[in-house]
Design a protein around this ligand. Sequence first.
Ligand SMILES: NC(=O)c1ccc[n+]([C@@H]2O[C@H](COP(=O)([O-])OP(=O)(O)OC[C@H]3O[C@@H](n4cnc5c(N)ncnc54)[C@H](OP(=O)(O)O)[C@@H]3O)[C@@H](O)[C@H]2O)c1
Length: 310
Amino acid sequence: MAETKKRYQLGIIGWPLGYSLSPAMHNAALKAAGLSGEYREIPVKPEALEGWLEREAPKLDGFNVTMPHKEAVCAWLKQHGRVRNSRDQRMGAVNAVRVEQGRLVGCNTDGDGFLRLLDRTSDSSRLFDERSEKKVVLLGAGGAARAIAFSLAASGFGEIRIWNRHRERAQALANDLAPYAKGNAACHSSVLEAVDAAALKGVDLLVQTTPAGMKGKEPLPCDIPFDLLEKLDRAAKPSKKPVLCDIVYDPKETPFLLRAKEHGLTFVGGLGMLIEQAALSFEFWFGDVVPKEKLRRISLVMGHAIGDSI
Ligand SMILES: NC(=O)c1ccc[n+]([C@@H]2O[C@H](COP(=O)([O-])OP(=O)(O)OC[C@H]3O[C@@H](n4cnc5c(N)ncnc54)[C@H](OP(=O)(O)O)[C@@H]3O)[C@@H](O)[C@H]2O)c1
């Protein structure tokens, strides 16, 4: 008798779930990998999350987690399942879960997706050379900033400054980060309004991680000294020119990136991070099933699948 091919059941939970690009990316990836199954949007209200994790999640093979559930799912997994490693546990947010014989195991692919984007982008890959001497400034200290900061620290970036609207949150992240920073990495925090010329001197990477500038939202209220960044850029050797990044991906060119462009600065948009974190989720679920050469092409497949959606 012919063996029935397994149909994988995957999805993304969040509330509210607007139009998510994840189903298009993952359904194309399943097809390209020769797997049968489907990835769908699963709206889960915050008050229904616990019940859903207990009863519905084990029926799936894996799922992504988006706002506002990333922290709550991580906390639940620490008690009732498992978080992949101590770094992700400490980070405190989970965006991908796989189901292993009914038990849920979570991880965070946002930060590593961000690093992979930098590494695969010709304008930013040089940041990895002598990274222990590199200075990074993060604007914002929310879930995405935490993921990025932990990945940067674990991979050896030397100095990470966190600037946030509420200082306590920036300080909490700097404190949590310190044990994960390699070598003599320094972690500092401050309020967003204090981002001035002195703070940005010698910056190698400036990352905008707040939702400001997203479709329908105002740009960052504080005044980033783009004039100064332009001066620094002009005076710097090619290997020391600052790279600016906005992880917001809708619109593709955010107000922050448009200012960077106006000032002739090197910039990287957030859509690539969305694709790389999705590809890493796919690897988390199917790393043992799909041949490595197919996995290597998955981010390309996902990029084509969303094409001009934004
Ligand atoms: N490209 C990707 O793959 C990717 C992945 C994940 C997230 N994202 C995007 O990243 C953004 C942040 O997500 P998140 O999960 O980190 O959100 P979050 O946990 O809610 O954190 C939001 C952060 O932004 C700050 N903030 C919010 N509004 C602000 C404003 N008007 N002015 C100044 N600071 C403000 C908050 O400061 P306070 O602490 O002071 O409130 C906080 O630090 C979202 O737009 C999300 O879509 C993109």
